[in-house]
Design a protein around this ligand. Structure first.
Ligand SMILES: C[S@@+](CC[C@H](N)C(=O)[O-])C[C@H]1O[C@@H](n2cnc3c(N)ncnc32)[C@H](O)[C@@H]1O
Length: 255
């Protein structure tokens, strides 16, 4: 039987699993700050959007290293509740506001933002479609910074090719993605690959106790067993094929 892709699992189940984790995708505070270093010039008037923010791992780093206000948006209300609670604990509630919503139907004004951020989430709308649609909400000269699954080589083994094409049908090489950024009306400013620790230490390892907990809580539930098997396979495939793919930060400036 074919293995299911992650989007074929129940949305509520995926979110129950991931909201207890600090991150819902690969990344790190260092990578977020490195991407920010290509941007700069924030004032207390600056407006930032963080799309597909999850529970806000990167949102808090953005808030602590910029001025201005951040609107963080995610489809899952449970993640937004957690993000707003964290912002409160860190004293950032006046500058960070989490809202539930969809990245393909944004409740914002045209030309509203100085910066649109999105880590590990643009594949949900599509890289090209997201860059095009989100550009309308950026001021002229505003910046976009996204991480996106990318091939590091022109060719790769069939097993990993199939896995990623099932998950992200338009997945492309770094050069291809930079050309899409340029084609959609941005000047490419920088692109860099996320180091392995973003996947291993911050994404796969923190999931291990959560997987045990989940299997115990849902003992005998076939959907949960398949979901955890899928996540474990994701981690095994990364160990086996990490020279062929990863997340890449793409930073662009709206023309
Ligand atoms: C891989 S996680 C990344 C979360 C977070 N940015 C991080 O790096 O830890 C992708 C996020 O996108 C959210 N998402 C999926 N589809 C979405 C949509 N249509 N609109 C808004 N958020 C969406 C998911 O709920 C999830 O929180």
């Amino acid at each position: 039987m074919e293995e299911p892709a992650i989007h074929q699992f129940d949305f509520a189940l995926i979110n129950e699993y991931f909201t207890e984790l600090q991150r819902q995708g690969p990344g790190s505070p260092e990578a977020t700050m490195k991407a920010l270093s290509f941007i700069g010039n924030f004032s207390s008037e600056s407006k930032i959007a963080d799309l597909g923010c999850g529970t806000g791992g990167q949102t808090m780093i953005l808030a602590q290293n910029t001025k201005g206000t951040i609107t963080a948006l995610d489809l899952f209300p449970g993640s937004i509740e957690k993000l707003n609670a964290t912002a409160g604990k860190l004293g950032l509630q006046n500058r960070v506001k989490g809202i539930a919503g969809s990245m393909d139907n944004l409740p914002f004004q045209n030309n509203e933002f100085d910066l649109i951020w999105s880590e590990g989430a643009i594949a949900n709308i599509g890289f090209e479609k997201g860059l095009n649609y989100w550009k309308g909400f950026l001021k002229k000269g505003g910046y976009i910074a996204v991480t996106y699954e990318s091939w590091f080589t022109d060719d790769r083994p069939a097993e990993i090719e199939k896995w990623w094409v099932d998950a992200v049908p338009e997945i492309g090489t770094i050069g291809h993605n930079i050309s899409i950024m340029q084609k959609t009306g941005y000047v490419p400013v920088a692109a860099f690959t996320l180091p392995e620790n973003c996947w291993i230490d911050n994404y796969f390892i923190p999931q291990q106790p959560r997987q045990e907990e989940f299997l115990k809580k849902y003992s005998g539930n076939k959907t949960v067993e398949n979901f955890i098997a899928f996540l474990r396979q994701e981690s095994e495939l990364y160990s086996k094929y990490k020279q062929y793919y990863g997340y890449v930060f793409y930073i662009g400036k709206k023309m």
